[in-house]
Design a protein around this ligand. Structure first.
Ligand SMILES: [Mn+2]
Length: 413
C-alpha cells in the first residue's frame, strides 16, 4: 500500500523536471549507474522528501529529484537494476517513472532555480558535470575521499561495503524513537530494495571476500524485520537472503534478455585504421547452439536467427559508420551446465560495411587473412561466422591482428 507513496514520489519528481519549483535538490548516483548508485539515489531522495520539514512556507521546501546518471536508453544494460526494480515494482512501468540524465537540464535548473546536488555513491562530480561543483550540498559515499565538497552537509564518506548501507543508517535515524525501531515504519518493498545492493556488493555478507563491514551487517539486520516480519528465525532469513542474492547475481551476469542492439553496444570499442573504421563488440554469450542468440532471435529457428543477427550487426555498423564490425563471443558452457562436455568457447562474426561493403575482392582478402591467422578460425556457416579455436585471443589480441590486415588493404582505397 505505502509503496504507492514511493512510486508516486518518483512519478512526481520526474514531472517536476519539466515544471521546476523554486528550489530543486537533485540526488545523483555515479556514472556507472550500478544497483548501489540507483538504489541509493532513489531511496535517499525519498527519505529527504519524507522527512525534510519546510522552514517557512511550503513553497520553500525543495523538490527532491533522484537522477540515474546515464542516458535512459542505456538502462536496460544494467540487468541487475532492472531485475531489482521489477522485483519491487511488478505492476509499475518503473523505467517511465525514473529520471535519467537526459531527462533533466542541469544548466536550466542551475539558472532558474535554487539548485542543490547531493552526491550518493561518489564524492566528486564526474568531469562533464564538474561545472556544477558549487551546487553540491550533500555527499553520502563509500569511495576514497577525494577531498572535494568540504562544505557539504551531510558529508558522510565511510569505507562500508555498499553506499546503500549509509542510506539505511539515515533511515534508521528517522525510524528509531527513544532507542526503539518503529514497527512497520518502512514499506516492505522499500526495505527489500535497500537490501539488494548491500547483498550484491558484500557478496551476500560473506566476510571472506573482504567487502563486508560491521555496518553493512547492521544495516541488513535493520532491514530484515521490515521485509520478513519480526518473528523470522535466523535460518529463514538466511535462506531468504541467499535467494535474493542469487537472483540479483544471476541478473547481473545474464544478458540473454537484452536486445541485440544492447548486446552489441554493451561492451564495445572502436578504432580508426587508415581509411577504415573498425568496431569490435564483445559479448558474454554464444551465437550458436541451444539457448543461444541465433535461436532466440529466430524464435527457435537458428538459421533464420543468424540472418537476423547479421542484419542487427549491419544496422549497428551503419549507425557507427563502420567499415568492419567484429562480434566476439565468449562463453563457458560448463558454468551453465556442469555436466556439459563443452567448456570455454569463442565465436567470431565479421560484418563488412561502409567502404568495404561493395568491394568483393577486399572482403575476401580480409577473410582469407583472418582465416590464416593465429585465431584458428573454423567456419560454422558460409558467411564470416566462425568458431575461434584459439580461445586465448580476446579482443586485446584480435584487434591488432585485424588492424594489421586492414593496414595492408588500406593503400588500395
Ligand atoms: Mn557503490
Amino acid at each position: 500500500m505505502s509503496l504507492r507513496r514511493f512510486s508516486s514520489f518518483l512519478e512526481n519528481a520526474k514531472a517536476t523536471v519539466k515544471l521546476p519549483k523554486r528550489s530543486v535538490t537533485v540526488v545523483l548516483g555515479n556514472e556507472a549507474a550500478d544497483l548501489d548508485s540507483v538504489v541509493s539515489s532513489l531511496t535517499y531522495a525519498f527519505l529527504r522528501h519524507t522527512y525534510d520539514v519546510p522552514h517557512n512556507s511550503q513553497t520553500n521546501r525543495p523538490t527532491y529529484i533522484p537522477v540515474v546518471a546515464i542516458p535512459r536508453a542505456d538502462f536496460p544494460l544494467r540487468t541487475e537494476c532492472t531485475f531489482a526494480l521489477r522485483d519491487v515494482f511488478p505492476t509499475v512501468d518503473f523505467q517511465s517513472i525514473l529520471t535519467f540524465l537526459d531527462d533533466i537540464n542541469l544548466d536550466d535548473l542551475a539558472e532558474n532555480t535554487d539548485l542543490s546536488l547531493v552526491l550518493v555513491d561518489h564524492n566528486r562530480l564526474s568531469p562533464f558535470l564538474e561545472k556544477f561543483a558549487g551546487h553540491v550540498t550533500g555527499v553520502l559515499d563509500h569511495h576514497k575521499d577525494e577531498g572535494c565538497n568540504l562544505e557539504a552537509n551531510p558529508r558522510i564518506i565511510a569505507p562500508v561495503g555498499s553506499a546503500t548501507t549509509l542510506i539505511v543508517e539515515e533511515w534508521a535515524k528517522h525510524l528509531t524513537v527513544n532507542g526503539n525501531v518503529q514497527a512497520n515504519a518502512l514499506e516492505p518493498e522499500l526495505a527489500r530494495l535497500l537490501l539488494g545492493p548491500i547483498l550484491l556488493d558484500t557478496v551476500n555478507l560473506q566476510v571472506e571476500y573482504g567487502r563486508t563491514t560491521e555496518r553493512d551487517k547492521q544495516a541488513v539486520e535493520f532491514l530484515l524485520p521490515f521485509v520478513r516480519g519480526a518473528k523470522m528465525c535466523e535460518e529463514d532469513n538466511r535462506a531468504f537472503m541467499d535467494q535474493l542474492y542469487t537472483g540479483l547475481h544471476k541478473a547481473k551476469f545474464s544478458v540473454s534478455n537484452l536486445t541485440s542492439y544492447d548486446l552489441l553496444r554493451k561492451d564495445y570499442k572502436e578504432w580508426n585504421v587508415g581509411p577504415f573504421r573498425l568496431g569490435i563488440s564483445s559479448v558474454s554469450w554464444h551465437v550458436g547452439s541451444e539457448n543461444g542468440w541465433a535461436v532466440r532471435d529466430g524464435n527457435g529457428d537458428e538459421k533464420a536467427g543468424l540472418m537476423q543477427l547479421r542484419a542487427s550487426c549491419h544496422r549497428f555498423a551503419e549507425e557507427r559508420q563502420l567499415d568492419c564490425h567484429l562480434l566476439m563471443t565468449a562463453f563457458d558452457y560448463s558454468m551453465e551446465n556442469p555436466t556439459s562436455s563443452r567448456g570455454f568457447e569463442r565465436e567470431l562474426m565479421v560484418c563488412f560495411d561502409g567502404k568495404l561493403a561493395t568491394n568483393v575482392q577486399a572482403m575476401s582478402q580480409i577473410s582469407l587473412a583472418l582465416e590464416a591467422s593465429e585465431l584458428q578460425l573454423e567456419a560454422l556457416t558460409e558467411g564470416e561466422y566462425y568458431k575461434q579455436k584459439n580461445i586465448t585471443c580476446s579482443r586485446k589480441q584480435v584487434q591488432p591482428i585485424m588492424q594489421h590486415i586492414l593496414e595492408n588493404i588500406g593503400p588500395k582505397f
